[in-house]
Design a protein around this ligand. Structure first.
Ligand code: NAD
Ligand code: UDX
Length: 473
C-alpha cells in the first residue's frame, strides 16, 4: 500500500482542527495542511487565539505548527499536493426542502468533493471524516469519477470521528477505537491500510478496526444514537424520581454498577446539547423513514422528544416554584455552553431555557466562563422568533461573573456543569446575600450539595430529586 506523506484536511472546525493537529503531532514525518474557506478561522488557527477552546489543544498546535502542521485557505494547492484528503466539513440538519428538520445537508460535502475532483492531478485517497448518512461514500465516488481528470484514481474511505468536545485531545490521544471503512476490493483494502498506518503512529493495532464502508458510516450514527438514548432514558427516569422521592443519582449509580449497563452517560441533566446528538438521531430517523421503516423511525425519534420534554419540564418546575410567575423576576443563568470545558453553544439547553424565560417575561442575566458574548446574542436571536436584538437586550444581559449575574436575582439556574459552579468552588453564601428572598437554586446538572445550600437559606430544586423533604412526607 501507499505510504502517506502529505495530508490535506478540508474543514478547520471542531473536528478537522484537533484531529489533524494530533495526527501532525504524532506523525512528524507527515506534512499536514488544514484548509478552510473561512479566512478568519484560518487566521485564528495561525494566531495565539485559536478559534476553538479545547483543553490541551494549544499545546499540541504550538509543537507542530510550522513544523509539519499548516493552516491555509489555499484549498486547491493543498488538495493537489496531498496523498490523502480528509473531508471534515459541516453536515448540519437541512433547514428547508425535502427532509427539512431531519435530513443532513450534504451541500458542503458535495462542494468539497467536487473541488477535489476538479483540481486533483494525481490519485488520492479521500476520507469521509464528517458524519454522513449511510451510503454517502457512494455519491462521493460517483462525483469524483464523473469529474476527475483522466488517469486520476480515487479511493474512498469512511473514518468517522468519535471525539467529544471538552475532552477532544485526550480522546484523540487515547481513542477507544479508530474505525476505518473501505470497499471490499484490493484497491479499497490497500487504501485502508495506508490510513491504518497513519493512526498506528500512536494507536495500538487492535484498537484500529476495519469494516465495510456502510458499516462504518452507520456505526457513527448508531454510536451517537445509543449514547443519547442513555441520557434520554435516565432523564425520563428523573421525572419518576421527582414524583416519587427516589434519587436519580442513586438510581443511576445502582444500575450502573451492573457491568452489562455500565456507569457512563447516565448523568441526568436538563437535556443533552451539542452539535451531534440531535442532528445524528434525526438523520437516523430520516434514514429509517426513507427505508420505509416507520416503527424504527418512531423509536429513535422518541430520544429527541424526551430531550425536549426534559427542558420544558424543568422550566415548568422553575415557574411553579417561583409562585407561578416569572414576570420581571431576575434569573441568573449559570452556563451557556452545551457542556463544561467548551465554548461551543450549538444546541445548548441554555439557549432553549433562556427563550422560555423570555417568553415568561423574566429578566435573564447570563454568565459563562468561555462563551463569547457575540455568540450568545447570535444564539438568542436565532431562537428569538424574529425579535430584534434590541428587544432581546431589554430582557437579557451578559454578566461578567456569577455575582454580577446573581445581584438582585430571584433564582440561579445551573444549565452547564462548569466546575466553578460547584458549591466547593463558588461562594454561595455571598450569592445568597445579594439575591432576592426567598432565593432559589435550580440545579439542572446535579452539581451542588442540596443540604449545604439549604443550610445557607436557599430553596434548592434539582433534576431527578424530589423536594418532598427527602421522602418523609
Ligand atoms: P464546523 O462547522 O466546526 O467546521 C466545518 C468547517 O468546514 C467550517 O469551518 C467551514 O468553513 C468548513 N467548510 C465547509 N465547506 C467547505 C469547503 N467546501 N471547503 C473548505 N472548507 C469548508 O464543524 P465540526 O463540528 O468540525 O463538524 C464537522 C463534521 O464532523 C460534521 O459532519 C460533524 O457531524 C462531525 N463530527 C463533529 C463532532 C463534534 O464534536 N463537533 C464530533 C464528531 C463528528
Ligand atoms: C458526542 C459524542 O460523545 C462523541 O463521541 C461524538 O463524536 C460527538 O458527539 P459531544 O456532543 O461533544 O460528543 O459531547 P458529549 O460528552 O457526548 O455530551 C453531549 C451532551 O450530553 C452534553 O450536553 C452533555 O452535557 C450531555 N450529557 C452527557 C448528559 O446530559 N449526561 C451524560 O451522562 C452525558
Amino acid at each position: 500500500h501507499k505510504q502517506i506523506k502529505k495530508i490535506c484536511c478540508i474543514g478547520a472546525g471542531y473536528v478537522g482542527g484537533p484531529t489533524c493537529s494530533v495526527i501532525a503531532l504524532k506523525a512528524p514525518h507527515i506534512q499536514v495542511t488544514i484548509v478552510d474557506l473561512n479566512q478568519a478561522r484560518i487566521d485564528a488557527w495561525n494566531s495565539d487565539q485559536l478559534p476553538i477552546y479545547e483543553p490541551g489543544l494549544e499545546e499540541v498546535v504550538k509543537v507542530a505548527r510550522g513544523r509539519n502542521l499548516f493552516f491555509s485557505t489555499d484549498v486547491e494547492k493543498s488538495i493537489n499536493e496531498a496523498d490523502l484528503i480528509f473531508v471534515s466539513v459541516n453536515t448540519p440538519t437541512k433547514k428547508s426542502g425535502i427532509g427539512r428538520g431531519y435530513a443532513a445537508d450534504l451541500g458542503y460535502v458535495e462542494a468539497a468533493t467536487r473541488n477535489i475532483a476538479k483540481v486533483a492531478t494525481s490519485s488520492k485517497i479521500v476520507v469521509e471524516k464528517s458524519t454522513v448518512p449511510c451510503r454517502t461514500a457512494q455519491s462521493m465516488r460517483k462525483i469524483l469519477e464523473a469529474n476527475g481528470k483522466p488517469g486520476v484514481h480515487f479511493d474512498i474511505l469512511s473514518n468517522p470521528e468519535f471525539l467529544a468536545e471538552g475532552t477532544a485531545i485526550g480522546d484523540l490521544f487515547n481513542p477507544d477505537r479508530v474505525l476505518i471503512g473501505s470497499l471490499d476490493t484490493p484497491a479499497g483494502k490497500s487504501a485502508a491500510s495506508s490510513l491504518v498506518e497513519v493512526y498506528a503512529n500512536w494507536v495500538k493495532p487492535d484498537q484500529i478496526i476495519t469494516t465495510n464502508l456502510w458499516s462504518s458510516e452507520l456505526s457513527k450514527l448508531v454510536a451517537n444514537a445509543l449514547l443519547a438514548q442513555r441520557i434520554s432514558s435516565i432523564n425520563a427516569i428523573s421525572a419518576i424520581c421527582e414524583a416519587t422521592g427516589a434519587d436519580v443519582d442513586e438510581v443511576a449509580y445502582a444500575c450502573g454498577l451492573d457491568t452489562r449497563i455500565g456507569p457512563k452517560f447516565l448523568k441526568a441533566s436538563v437535556g443533552f446539547g451539542g452539535s451531534c446528538f440531535q442532528k445524528d438521531i434525526l438523520n437516523l430517523v430520516y434514514l429509517s423513514e426513507s427505508l420505509h421503516l416507520p416503527e424504527v423511525a418512531a423509536y429513535w425519534k422518541q430520544v429527541v422528544d424526551i430531550n425536549e420534554y426534559q427542558k420544558t419540564r424543568f422550566t415548568k418546575r422553575i415557574i411553579s416554584s417561583l409562585f407561578n410567575t416569572l414576570t420581571n423576576k431576575r434569573i441568573a443563568l449559570f452556563g451557556f455552553a452545551f457542556k463544561k470545558d467548551t465554548g461551543d453553544t450549538r444546541e445548548s439547553a441554555a439557549i432553549t431555557l433562556c427563550q422560555y424565560f423570555r417568553e415568561e417575561k423574566a429578566k435573564v442575566a447570563i454568565y459563562d466562563p468561555k462563551v463569547e458574548e457575540s455568540q450568545i446574542w447570535y444564539d438568542l436571536k436565532e431562537v428569538g422568533k424574529g425579535d430584534s436584538l434590541e428587544a432581546i437586550q431589554q430582557q437579557v444581559e451578559i454578566a461578567a461573573d456569577p455575582f454580577a449575574a446573581a445581584e438582585g436575582a430571584d433564582a440561579i439556574v445551573i444549565a452547564t456543569e462548569w466546575d466553578m459552579f460547584k458549591d466547593t468552588n463558588l461562594d454561595y453564601e455571598k450569592l445568597y446575600s445579594i439575591m432576592n428572598k426567598p432565593a432559589f437554586v435550580f440545579d439542572g446538572r446535579l452539581i451542588v450539595d442540596r443540604a449545604k445550600l439549604e443550610a445557607i437559606g436557599f430553596k434548592v430544586e434539582q433534576i431527578g430529586k424530589s423536594t418532598r423533604d427527602h421522602g418523609y412526607e
